[in-house]
Design a protein around this ligand. Structure first.
Ligand code: ZN
Length: 490
């Protein structure tokens, strides 16, 4: 194994040496999407961050079980346990069965994750498939005195819990402050305190997504599914729980409270949180008009986009920042990422052009140590990439004979670059993969051509030309026929 991996644990606010509970097995749970809309830029960051962790742990030789859930019930429109279920609302608006919405957007999520070369998790459980287990957990929490039932709903009693345990330990929020801030708020309804959260909600007569329970017909609270499904598949205590920083409070704080409330102990050893993506310095939001889906990014069909960006450009862009730092999206940054990725892949190719010498003047092992020390420093993909670029100087010198490498060292260096770029960072050479029939490439071109067609129908010739030009630039020849556009590789 390489140098010890250190990861930043949000719980202790320190970088800690990663030691699995039960080596070589490693359990990783990450909060997946609530499937009621198209995946967007904000979905790409946690997916890619934890994909790199998954890949790296695998590379290091751990046997990783990676669980990433699909939220298909219980995620209400606001965090105060009020409002409509997000999926049910979409189903109502589109006059579809909620599970049709779930299926459609789960498929869409998978398609775009495949394009981003995000490996599939080992298990992808759905909340609606674990209702009985969720009810069992609610019963345990009630039995332990940390939850109460009111008119068919069950709430977690944060105040009672706080008398014995530390609510707020993950987020650093203090209950007294929560009390002071929420005391005067309206809409407390049937909860004893506004900061109590729903474990089970009574279904109103119009609520379609409902299950029978000992408290009447209802549905589980959103935080519950992750506590239940993570421990069901990874054991009472497991290694890593990841997610976006936006989930730290209340979602993950509530998960800890639920586990301690039910089993008397915490389930998670390391909590990891990726930071958010901003757009031109602003938070991304539907109301701000800067909400960009992955499809829009890949097709360029959005008013903020100056051109389409390929999935690997997006992946590289995200990896250019350490996962705990904020990342600001802009056309300039994406164009720079596009060029940067090309350059990185060129270095990898040029290593193979180096002519072998008898002796080496280069210490390949030192280069290897340097690159892996960046990975081991809390998966610092930004410094990994910087280090790969830094050592390209040696490659360039070797190409013109200013440095020498023997065949063995050339092979080692080539292996190092390939392992890190492809296996660990999960990048792909899109220009090569278009020659292999992976299906993703064809799907992507078809998708772009469909976008081009609809732009043409709307007489938006600027967009349709832009798509055509970009495809031509990438080496794809388009022929318009009566049956629609055809394409082939030049
Ligand atoms: Zn979750």
């Amino acid at each position: 194994m390489e140098h010890p991996l250190h990861i930043y644990n949000t719980l202790t606010r320190k970088k800690e040496n990663f030691v699995p509970i039960n080596p070589p097995f490693t359990g990783l749970y990450v909060c997946g999407p609530t499937v009621y809309g198209d995946p967007h830029l904000g979905h790409a960051r946690p997916a890619i961050t934890f994909d790199v962790l998954f890949r790296y742990l695998d590379f290091l030789g751990y046997k990783v079980r990676y669980v990433r859930n699909i939220t298909d019930v219980g995620h209400l429109e606001n965090d105060a346990d009020e409002g409509e279920d997000k999926i049910q609302k979409k189903a109502r608006l589109e006059q579809l069965e909620p599970m049709e919405i779930v299926q459609y957007y789960t498929d869409r999520y998978h398609t775009f994750m495949d394009m981003l070369n995000v490996r599939k998790p080992s298990i992808e459980p759905r909340a609606s498939g674990h209702i009985i287990e969720q009810q069992e957990m609610v019963e345990k929490i009630i039995k332990n005195g940390f939850a109460y039932e009111v008119d068919g709903s069950v709430y977690f009693d944060v105040e009672a819990f706080s008398k014995k345990h530390n609510y707020g330990k993950l987020s650093g929020r203090v209950l007294d402050d929560l009390m002071a801030n929420t005391r005067d708020l309206d809409g407390q309804g049937e909860k004893r305190n506004p900061f109590d959260f729903a474990l089970w909600k009574k279904a109103s007569p119009s609520h379609i997504m409902r299950w029978p329970s000992k408290w009447g017909h209802g549905f589980p609270g959103w935080h519950l599914e992750c506590s239940v499904m993570s421990t069901k598949y990874l054991g009472d205590t497991f290694d890593i729980h990841g997610g976006g920083m936006d989930l730290l409070f209340p979602h993950h704080e509530c998960e800890i409270a639920q586990s301690v409330g039910a089993d008397g102990k915490e389930a998670v050893k390391y909590w990891m949180h990726n930071n958010m993506i901003t757009i031109n310095g602003q938070k991304m939001g539907k109301s701000l008009g800067n909400f960009i889906t992955l499809e829009e990014l890949f097709t360029g069909n959005h008013k903020l986009l100056e051109q389409p960006y390929s999935p690997m450009t997006i992946r590289f862009f995200i990896l250019q920042a350490q996962y705990r730092s904020t990342l600001d999206f802009s056309n300039e940054a994406l164009k720079a990422a596009e060029k940067g990725l090309d350059k990185l892949l060129e270095i990898n190719e040029s290593i193979k052009q180096i002519k072998a010498s008898q002796n080496s003047s280069v210490d390949v092992n030192a280069i290897r140590k340097d690159v892996f020390s960046c990975l081991n420093d809390d998966l610092n993909s930004a410094s990994v990439i910087a280090s790969l670029f830094e050592h390209s100087r040696t490659v360039n010198k070797a190409l013109i004979g200013q440095e020498t490498l023997n065949q063995n060292d050339i092979n080692e260096l080539s292996q190092l670059y390939s392992d890190v770029i492809y296996k660990i960072l999960g990048l792909k050479n899109e220009k090569i993969s278009k020659n292999s029939d992976s299906g993703i490439m064809s799907g992507l071109v078809d998708l772009l051509l469909k976008e081009r067609q609809s732009a043409k129908q709307k007489k938006d010739f600027e967009t349709s030309d832009r798509i055509r030009n970009k495809l031509t630039e990438l080496g794809i020849e388009i022929k318009d026929t009566k049956e629609g556009a055809e394409w082939k590789l030049k």
